[in-house]
Design a protein around this ligand. Structure first.
Ligand code: CP
Length: 316
């Protein structure tokens, strides 16, 4: 694997390989084994043009647990704020000898531009681009579901027949898009539930069902309910009903949470708007994987860095 830009087009075998390597990495990620020497001498740059807590920190932890050197770059406080272009920024990183670049950018497609530009010869990982994709989030979500469902026997398995209901701001969600492609490739059935204004106008070609009624979706008894963050920062006021109305119709509140089967997995990629899209009782319940998702993010990102940078890189 040369770059990790998208889950669309990722094959089932590629996805399962990465998830299985993440299983192998879990003992290191969870600090039961201190470090692996795998990426000693390699440099990973975290190039973040948008804010992040989980993704940036977990990529840093992942790279360090594989013994790579890590450079953290935030657009705020850099020469980007003086107008420096992506090209000049990339060429600066190339001059510093970056082997891998983890990029988050507000423009959909920016990681693809970097990968195809020739400005830098490095493995590129998309850490979230605009409303397009967030592939490592989907991989850690799939890893988390697979682990919960298959307990200690997850290796080699997909998510065949698993029903996943994804709720909320689908329109602006790169997490929803990456999960759609990956989870269906792994055999899951995906349903989106959202207000009409927060579903894309054109979902043709999306292998998913869509609807507006969260109560009916809950009563259908899904294996997984994944709540999405309301992305106020990307939103025109006309899109959003209002907080009280949104929470009443599309929030996983205490009453809806109480109607879920005890085996239903409750997910959220974070950061959460507690009391808006999810109640604290749901977020902090035994069925919630919110903290597991964060921990699993380190294992999955170790696997991605390993596949791109360990010396077995091949063009794809
Ligand atoms: N889930 C996620 O991408 O979180 P951050 O924005 O904190 O990285």
């Amino acid at each position: 694997m040369r770059h990790l830009l998208s889950t669309k087009g990722m094959s089932r075998d590629e996805a399962i390989l990465l998830l299985d390597i993440a299983e192998d990495m879990a003992d290191v990620a969870n600090r039961e084994v201190k470090k692996l020497p795998t990426l000693r001498g390699k440099t990973v740059v975290n190039l973040f043009f948008e804010d992040s807590t989980r993704t940036r920190i977990s990529f840093e932890a992942a790279a360090k647990r594989l013994s790579a050197d890590v450079i953290n770059f935030s657009a705020k406080g850099s020469s980007v704020s003086k107008g420096e272009s992506l090209k000049d920024t990339a060429q600066t990183l190339a001059a510093m000898g970056a082997d891998g670049v983890v990029i988050r950018h507000p423009a959909s497609g920016a990681p693809h531009v970097l990968a195809e530009s020739g400005w830098i010869d490095a493995g590129i990982i998309n850490a979230g681009d605009g409303t397009h994709e967030h592939p490592t989030q989907a991989l850690l979500d799939a890893f988390t579901i697979r682990r919960r469902l298959h307990r200690g026997a997850a290796r080699g398995k997909g998510l065949d027949g698993v029903t996943v209901t994804i709720v909320g701001d689908v329109l602006h969600s790169r997490v929803a898009r990456s999960n759609l492609w990956l989870l269906t490739t792994l055999g899951a059935h995906v349903t989106f539930i959202a207000p009409p204004t927060l579903l894309p106008m054109d979902m043709s070609g999306w292998p998913a069902e869509a609807g507006f009624d969260l109560d009916a979706a809950i009563d259908a008894g899904p294996d997984v309910v994944m709540m999405l963050r309301i992305q106020q920062e990307r939103m025109n006021a006309a899109f959003f009903p209002n907080s009280r109305e949104y929470s009443r119709r599309w929030g996983l509140d205490d009453e809806r949470f109480g109607r879920l089967a005890p085996t239903t997995i409750v997910m959220h990629p974070g950061p959460m708007n507690r009391g808006l899209e999810i109640s604290s009782a749901a977020a902090d319940s035994a069925g919630s994987t919110v903290r597991e998702q964060v921990a699993n993010g380190v294992s999955v990102r170790m696997a991605a860095l390993y596949l791109l940078l360990s010396g077995d890189r091949e063009d794809s």
